[in-house]
Each structure stands twice: as C-alpha cells, then as structure tokens.
Design a binder for this molecule. Structure first.
Ligand SMILES: [Fe+2]
Length: 264
C-alpha cells in the first residue's frame, strides 16, 4: 500500500540530504569533516527550504557503520516536522536503521504518493560490499509499484549511481546491474527522475528523458574526474528539488561553507 502525503500545491518541493555518515561520537569525523556538526550546519542553511518543503529525502549512508549514528540522525531530523523518506547506503546497518527510524516522520519503504507524484524508495545495498546491486525482488517490486500507478509521475531514489559519474575508481563501485534497472524504467514512461547519493559529488545527467541526479554529501566530497580515490575540498551540500505537475523537474545543489572551527 502506498503512503499518501497530501500536497495540494504545485510544484512539490523536496530537500535531498545524503551521505551524512554519522557516528555515535558527536565529534566523529569522516576525512577531516566532523559529520554531525556538518549535518547540523547544512540543516540550518537549508532551514527556509525545509520549512516550505513537502518532504525530506535521505539517500543513504545516514550512519558510518555505527548503530548509534541513527540516534543523532533521528534527533536532528525528527523536530523539523516533515516526512523524512530514507533509503540505506553501503555504510548503513539495516536492522539498527530500521529500529531507530521505525516511527513517523521517518518512512523507509514507500512508495510515497505526494500530490501527483509517486516517490519510490529502493535498497541497492549488497551486505558487506561498497558497490550496489538491485536484486530480483527489488526490481520486481519497482516494476509493480510503477505498474500500479501509471498516472503518477515518478521519482526513484536509490543510493548507488546507475550511470558513470566520470571517476574510474568510483564507477567500479556504482550500481553493477544498471542495465536491469533501466530495463524496468523503459517499461514505465512516467518515470522522470532518479536521485542518488554515494558519489559524494554533484552529477546531472539525462537518459531517455529521465533526469539522473547525484548529490554531494552533507560532509566530505570526492574529487570529480579522478582515476583513483581522491578527496575534494568542496564543502558540504544539499539538493533542492521542485517537481512540477507536468513532470518537469527543477533542481539545484546548494553548497554550505563550514566555519573553520568545524574542520579538523
Ligand atoms: Fe557515502
């Protein structure tokens, strides 16, 4: 059963946050960036958009292999008064994540019907691996959830990038069976957007009329166009999405400078 969130006005507005990589230690850092202070700084910078958005989309790696990271995530997001649609990434722990985010405003399964749109939430993780894959059950579920609502324009959220982002090392760690994913999309012309995390950088591509958007992390970023692993010195970021009634997608990435005291 799809969850329904009434949203009479258009466009629908989403705020995407991704790859917050939270630790139990509130001062824990990823590659020199303390992740919880960075998330809080992003939330403060996005406050106006969050206040008027219809939902927040959190696209994985909410915690950094740490079950107590979810407590911080919950405490940071729950008071904002918005539905928070969450999917797991390769650094998430399925059971602690599900337990910590079991109650509203968190939604882990979907689909979520929002105005004229349907938001589909996928799990592309493979236990113990960095790269991603959509198993047969996920692909069948996606196909069914799209077939059930052909009249609704669709946005799909998954953690791993289904198209190369241009970095050789990272493109070996994306969605390994992207062809199977795209074969499902090709059967459902109402799909207009795919949003992902994992790449820790901005990416904006089109495939057969579907906008495919990668969003930088709320903490540390990877260097674009790099053959080998390398960090970028760009700051935390978040993505604004406006989903129009005619299927149009407007989007922009907002970068958020951290105070120098917040960097290690
Ligand atoms: Fe990540």
């Amino acid at each position: 059963m799809a969850k329904s969130i009434s949203a009479p006005k258009t466009p629908l507005r989403l705020v995407q946050l991704t790859d917050s990589h939270l630790f139990a230690d509130a001062g824990g850092a990823l590659r020199g960036v303390p992740t919880l202070p960075a998330l809080r700084t992003v939330l403060a910078a996005a406050a106006q958009d969050i206040a008027r958005c219809d939902a927040i989309l959190a696209t994985g790696d909410l915690a950094q292999d740490d079950p107590d990271g979810y407590t911080h995530f919950r405490e940071a997001l729950a008071p904002l008064g918005k539905p928070v649609l969450c999917i797991p990434g390769n650094h998430d722990l399925p059971q602690p994540m599900r337990t910590a985010l079991a109650q509203p405003p968190f939604e882990l399964d979907g689909p979520v019907d929002l105005g004229a749109w349907r938001i589909l939430l996928l799990d592309s993780t493979i236990p113990g691996q960095t790269g991603g894959r959509l198993g047969a059950a996920q692909l069948a579920r996606l196909d069914r959830q799209l077939a059930d609502a052909p009249e609704r324009t669709a946005l799909i959220a998954l953690h791993h990038h289904p198209l190369p982002v241009g970095s050789r090392w990272l493109d070996a760690l994306g969605l390994v069976n992207a062809a199977e994913f795209f074969a499902v999309l090709d059967r459902h012309p109402q799909v207009r957007a795919v949003v992902h995390g994992h790449a820790h950088q901005q990416h904006d591509a089109q495939r057969r009329g579907v906008r495919i958007l990668g969003t930088p992390s709320t903490c540390a970023q990877f260097l674009p166009d790099s053959d080998g692993f390398a960090m970028d010195d760009r700051p935390p970021a978040w993505r604004r999405l406006a989903l129009h009634g005619d299927g149009g997608v407007e989007s922009s990435v907002e970068w958020v400078e951290l105070p120098s005291s917040a960097r290690h």
